[in-house]
Write a protein that binds this ligand. Structure first.
Ligand code: GLU
Length: 458
């Protein structure tokens, strides 16, 4: 069925999941869901030395955590399997043979040393390196080990990228690429288009860094007589505040697992990622998943690099936290506050809601429940305030509402400003950071709160 789109996400299990992969997956899913299409998860594990099963699991877990599901894949099966490239080697071999037989590919017997020498020579002459085609013209007869190279045809390759428009490449600028390595494994540029064709992929979404690979992949499809995908969509790179591409070395925030660990809500991260390279053309910033499915439009994917903005992500996450019911927030907080009793977490949820940028910060805001602060240094007036507050609090019902009313009454009676009164009380019971003061007090057992006030001011 050509009319229902089929998209694929094709991650390589060579490390932790990258934020950019999460975004590519999201755009694939949004596009497919809007059109009633199907999402294929294909594992590009042809990089033998670097692919690990645990990284594959991390991909499944990461996408599941975000709520991004696939219809076909190594774990769920499907009619176009297997979905791991390492299990499709026969298919690549067959296709390589077809290309060899038609003359679209040839065997290359050059040794790594010979190729290195060619490259060094090109460098010496300050020319861009392209394979010399020595083995096409005059292959050495006595050697056994070979790689397979695509014979790049004459002319030019043109295609339309939905983000970047029409792209034209002079084929003469491309050296004949290796498509099967001497160990028999396919290269990415060969396995990927073969699978895209066999899996009947209609729309290819991937990062902009793959744009230079596209002409070769299209040449391979053309040479095999396969249909090209209906559309290619290269997504803008994601850059950090330093305007450099997000990378493992310089940007810890590139790791998807970080957000799970810190306690970002997956639905908030999805919302943020949707806007990281796409805009709806309106001021709307908070989108439910269903709204994203309806609003997402490939023609509004931007060409310019997408700037990762931590503050905006925190802001969006905060919006989602504030929209949770107290109960839901308590449930989500529990894993991050595993050392606190359940009732405390339940009682703390409304207190934390207004201030929490992500769930993992709760622990720090509630640290005073575990360890009392050092008694603060107070001036005589502050001591008087803390003492008066303690006396007043000895009589009230121990809950946030009555505590707040009692303190408000006290400060009106004495003409103290809120800031003047609240600061020493907070320092006495909690230290510098804590939830709003009436919650800060009420979350502690009354005796403990009063004892801390007494310790600070007598
Ligand atoms: N395995 C490639 C990657 O992770 C896939 C690129 C593509 O989508 O073609 O970058």
């Amino acid at each position: 069925m050509r009319d229902r789109p089929r998209v694929r996400m094709a991650p390589s299990p060579t490390g932790y999941v990258h934020l950019g992969s999460a975004r590519t997956m999201l755009y694939n899913v949004l596009f497919a869901r809007a059109q009633g299409g199907r999402v294929v998860l294909r594992i590009d594990d042809t990089d033998l030395g670097r692919s690990e099963p645990e990284y594959e699991q991390a991909i499944f877990d990461g996408f599941h955590w975000l709520g991004l599901d696939w219809d076909e894949g190594p774990d769920v099966g499907g009619p176009h399997g297997p979905y791991r490239q390492s299990e499709r080697l026969d298919l690549y071999r067959e296709h390589a043979v077809r290309l060899l037989q038609s003359g679209a590919a040839y065997r290359c017997f050059c040794t790594p040393e010979e190729l290195a020498a060619e490259r060094a020579e090109a460098e010496r002459r300050r020319r861009p390196y392209r394979y010399s085609r020595r083995c096409l013209v005059d292959p050495p007869r006595y050697r056994q080990e070979f790689a397979v190279r695509l014979r790049v045809p004459e002319g030019e390759t043109t295609f339309t990228d939905l983000v970047r428009g029409e792209i034209r490449v002079e084929n003469a600028t491309i050296g004949d690429p290796v498509i099967v390595k001497s160990n028999g494994w396919p290269t990415y540029n060969f396995a990927s288009p073969v699978d895209d064709a066999l899996m009947e992929i209609t729309h290819v979404f991937r990062g902009e860094e793959h744009l230079p690979n596209t002409p070769v992949q299209l040449m391979i499809l053309d040479a095999l007589g396969y249909r090209r995908p209906q559309a290619l969509i290269h997504l803008p790179v994601i850059v950090g505040k330093d305007r450099k591409k997000l990378s493992k070395r310089h940007h810890p925030e590139v790791r998807l697992g970080l957000y799970q660990e810190l306690g970002f809500l997956p639905e908030a991260l999805v919302n943020y990622l949707a806007l990281l390279g796409w805009n709806p053309g309106t001021d709307q910033e908070i989108f439910s998943f269903e709204e994203l499915v309806r609003a997402f439009d490939v023609s509004r994917v931007q060409r310019a690099s997408a700037m990762f903005d931590w503050d905006k992500l925190e802001w969006i996450n905060g919006q989602y936290i504030r929209r949770l019911s107290d109960r839901e927030l308590a449930d989500r907080l529990r894993p991050y506050l595993a050392d606190l009793p359940e009732e405390t977490v339940t009682a703390a949820a409304p207190a934390l809601k207004e201030r929490l940028p992500y769930l993992g910060r709760a622990s720090e805001l509630l640290a005073y429940l575990r360890t009392p602060p050092a008694p603060p240094e107070l001036d005589p007036e502050q001591r008087e305030m803390v003492r008066a507050a303690r006396e007043r609090l000895e009589e009230v019902d121990w809950a946030p509402g009555p505590v707040e009313s009692a303190l408000e009454e006290l400060r009106r009676e004495r003409g103290w400003s809120r800031g003047r009164l609240y600061t020493p009380i907070r320092e006495a019971v909690a230290g510098r950071v804590s939830p709003p003061l009436h919650y800060t007090l009420a979350l502690l057992p009354r005796d403990e709160a009063l004892a801390r006030l007494r310790r600070a001011a007598g």
